[in-house]
Design a protein around this ligand. Structure first.
Ligand SMILES: Cc1cc2nc3c(=O)[nH]c(=O)nc-3n(C[C@H](O)[C@H](O)[C@H](O)COP(=O)(O)O)c2cc1C
Length: 225
């Protein structure tokens, strides 16, 4: 598979088979992904991969918290700006609408939406959860480096026939994740990632998210001089 095909076929998958993922494959992917560039070559990513009992424990603890109606942990970073403006607000809204329409949950079905959101914490049935941390001393530039690393991971997984869904939702339960992975104090959880083989029959996977036209996001200068 070439890079273009990997980029074009990667998408966020929210329904997985329980087929295990080999440790060897995952190690190879995470290692090759380390070729991602980073300012000053800081390589500010720190990963924890869970499967089997470790992942079951995490799912059970989070499910117990949700069932008890416990509030999310106090956030360590803000996922979206509180006053998101257009066009970002509209894109976010549209993205949610597309997902809920794919799984047949109408707009007014708040329970259905909550249920879909809670599926994040079962990793949508994926057999592997990858948790990506960053040192608290890092700033915006290093957070961008994390994105490059994680995109490498997702493209390499695609090339291996594996699917993924990055999940900021896990930052809402960073303490529960920390109870299992026991990261050092200086690390902060950025996101989780569900990894496994796609369940092609799952309705949540009938989703092809759109992108803004190039003219909205890129400007070209100097070509027509
Ligand atoms: C950093 C990051 C965090 C995300 N967090 C979540 C999440 O918590 N739950 C979820 O269902 N999707 C999550 N997504 C997936 C986005 O909704 C998805 O990337 C976007 O809608 C574009 O769709 P695509 O990935 O299928 O192309 C996240 C994506 C990124 C890059």
């Amino acid at each position: 598979m070439d890079v273009r095909e990997a980029v074009m076929t990667r998408r966020s998958v929210r329904g997985f088979l329980d087929t295990p993922v080999s440790r060897h494959t995952l190690e190879q992917v995470l290692e090759v992904a380390c070729r991602a560039p980073s300012g000053g070559n800081l390589q500010p990513w720190r990963l924890y991969a869970l499967t089997g009992n470790a992942l079951d424990q995490l799912k059970d603890s989070t499910a117990a918290r949700l069932a008890a109606g416990s509030p999310p942990d106090e956030p360590e970073y803000t996922i979206y700006p509180p006053e998101l403006t257009a066009p970002y607000r509209d894109r976010r809204f549209h993205c949610g609408e597309q997902l809920y329409s794919a799984i047949g949950v109408p707009r007014e079905d708040k329970q259905g939406r909550r249920r879909q959101f809670a599926r994040n914490f079962q990793l949508f049935g994926a057999p592997v959860g990858l948790f990506c941390y960053i040192d608290r001393q890092m700033g915006a530039a290093q957070w961008a480096d994390l994105g490059m690393y994680l995109q490498n991971v997702m493209l390499l997984l695609t090339a291996e026939g594996l699917a993924s869904c990055p999940q900021e939702a896990w930052s809402l339960h960073h303490r529960t994740v920390a109870e299992i992975v026991k990261p050092p104090q200086e690390l902060m959880l950025f996101c989780g990632m569900a990894i496994g083989y796609e369940d092609p029959a799952h309705p949540a996977n009938n989703l092809h998210t759109e992108r803004a036209p190039l003219a909205e996001v890129a400007t070209f200068q100097g070509w027509d001089d």
